[in-house]
Design a protein around this ligand. Structure first.
Ligand SMILES: CCCCCCCCCCCCC/C=C/[C@@H](O)[C@H](CO)NC(=O)CCCCCCCCCCCCCCC
Ligand SMILES: Nc1ncnc2c1ncn2[C@@H]1O[C@H](COP(=O)(O)OP(=O)(O)OP(=O)(O)O)[C@@H](O)[C@H]1O
Ligand SMILES: [Ca+2]
Length: 476
């Protein structure tokens, strides 16, 4: 047989079966009119669509057409290749798609219809599509539909939309399993239904940090070939009440203030974050409070490592292998939930407190807030940026965009942790009872400065781009 891609005869073309998107019999009439194959008596042909790796983690859909005079041989090839595709068991056949028409540049619907739907149809994936009409539409819907008939859920939107779908899916699975999400110690039931992200938001950091690029076609192709990447999820509680889950950034101070300001400017689109970022930078607010955390002693690696996390990374694999029993025993032996000596307590004045489950790489900062954070090692990187001058804070921010180490400052600390709690000074003062309990709980106290009354206002928590209702939180 002879192969030709994009109208030319190809030399070698090697495609692993796992990266074939579809195989189709080719309409001869159309192809013959180009003239090249007119000499072939009664030609038969089929086209193989496959993943082509382009630059910077981008994937494209390429095609190569094979021609021959023997119809039976041609059909045998088509049959054999289709059987090969049937063997790819991790590929989805039926997907539930939620489109946020108002995320990012409000292009979600167009992106899906023009770039993604044709690829899903080429790959014979059937879809049920819901265009959301209001916030929490997707989340509520996931509690109502029969999710178990789908091989995956796709969200077309940004981090907020991903978060909504994730809350719906995790919440639904816990409800069906009789697990109370308000109990912070309840072992959650694992969710085996995957979420695919078609980026159409403002930051799209979950997509960027997992795929390496925010490109709808690349993401659609990853979904089609059945790729998967586990992600760490933190649960956030306060006083035995479940608040939210977080996958990317949980930020107080700088990122909380940016969010608070930018929510009023949604009409500005994606640029609202830069505008509010600049404004928040100039206002230079710092906040007093107490952060207590449990370091991740049994996790390999450190936030200062030079190596980045990639799918199948050694550190994530090792932490997955750590038997659950061992983790349970560790919890008991070290009395970790009762605030044993392993907890560290840091009191101070902070410009930013950032807890990240992953690097938070995004187009604005391709290495992210914690470049060496792991996608699925079961730990959080906690970044504390203490009060410093505007100039120093700018130097810190700029290092998110170049090769210099953003943790190499005296006012920046970073810890790899399992759990943490935060209480603002505001709350501590108004609730001395809580303060006393806090004092009793923790073995080690490092009080860096005497109390200051310069700034007694509270910031808010930015949880994956959404605000949290409480400034005092417990995260695990
Ligand atoms: C001088 C340039 C400095 C550039 C520094 C860039 C650092 C950017 C780091 C981005 C980290 C994103 C973390 C992801 C958070 C998502 O879960 C969340 C939901 O999508 N997005 C945001 O909260 C949206 C967060 C958006 C943050 C935008 C920050 C813009 C800062 C601008 C500061 C300007 C200072 C200029 C002084 C002359
Ligand atoms: N039809 C809708 N109308 C209004 N809000 C919606 C609708 N559908 C979803 N939402 C909400 O919009 C919020 C933001 O959406 P999304 O994350 O897609 O965009 P973004 O905020 O611009 O991007 P990013 O989160 O990446 O910064 C989500 O939290 C979601 O709950
Ligand atoms: Ca992690």
């Amino acid at each position: 047989m002879t192969g030709g891609g994009a109208g030319r005869v190809m030399g070698n073309c090697f495609v692993p079966a796992s990266e074939i998107i579809a195989v189709e019999e080719t309409e001869i009439e159309k192809q013959c009119s180009s003239g090249k194959w007119q000499k072939m008596a009664k030609p038969h042909a089929f086209t193989v669509y496959y993943v082509k790796r382009a630059q910077k983690h981008r994937w494209q859909c390429n095609e190569v057409t094979f021609w021959c005079v023997d119809e039976q041989l041609c059909n045998q090839w088509i049959q054999a290749l289709k059987e090969l595709l049937e063997l790819q068991k991790s590929r989805p056949k039926q997907l539930l798609v939620y489109i946020n028409p108002y995320g990012g540049k409000q292009q979600g619907k167009r992106i899906y219809e023009q770039k993604v739907a044709p690829l899903f149809s080429l790959a014979s994936i059937s879809t049920d599509v819901v265009i959301t009409e209001h916030a929490n539409h997707a989340k509520d819907n996931l509690f109502e539909v029969n999710i178990y008939k789908y091989d995956g859920i796709v969200c077309v939107g940004g981090d907020g939309m991903f978060s909504e779908v994730m809350h719906g899916l995790i919440g639904r699975i816990q409800k069906d399993s009789g697990i109370d999400q308000n109990n912070p110690k309840a072992p959650l039931v694992q969710c085996n239904i995957r979420i695919g992200i078609i980026p159409a938001g403002s930051t799209d950091c979950v997509c960027y940090a997992t795929v390496g690029v925010t490109d709808p076609v690349t993401s659609a192709l990853h979904i089609i070939v059945g790729d998967s990447q586990p992600l760490d999820v933190s649960s956030i509680h306060h006083n035995n009440t479940f608040l939210k889950y977080s996958v990317s950034l949980l930020g107080y101070g700088f990122y909380g203030d940016i969010l608070k300001d930018s929510e009023k400017k949604r009409w500005m689109g994606t640029i609202r974050y830069d505008f509010s970022g600049f404004k928040t930078f100039l206002s230079h607010h710092y906040y007093e409070g107490t952060v207590s955390f449990l370091p991740a002693k049994h996790t390999l690696g450190s936030p200062r490592d030079k190596k980045r996390c990639r799918t199948g990374c050694y550190i994530c694999r090792q932490s997955k292998q750590q038997p659950e029993e061992q983790q349970k025993n560790y919890g008991l032996e070290h009395n970790e939930d009762e605030g044993g000596d392993d907890w560290k307590v840091i009191k101070g004045k902070f410009l930013a407190i950032n807890a990240v489950n992953m690097s938070c790489a995004c187009p604005r900062s391709p290495k992210g807030l914690s470049p060496a954070a792991h996608l699925a090692d079961g730990s959080i990187d906690l970044i504390l940026v203490r009060k410093c001058s505007r100039f120093n804070f700018l130097r810190y921010l700029v290092r998110h965009t170049n090769q210099d180490d953003q943790f190499d400052f005296t006012f920046v600390e970073v810890y790899r942790i399992k759990k943490f709690q935060f209480t603002s000074k505001h709350l501590e003062d108004s609730d001395s009872g809580v303060k006393d309990v806090g004092k009793k709980r923790f073995g080690q106290f490092c009080r860096d400065h005497p109390a200051c009354c310069c700034n007694l206002s509270n910031s808010i928590w930015n949880c994956d781009g959404e605000t949290l209702d409480s400034s005092a939180i417990e995260v695990r």
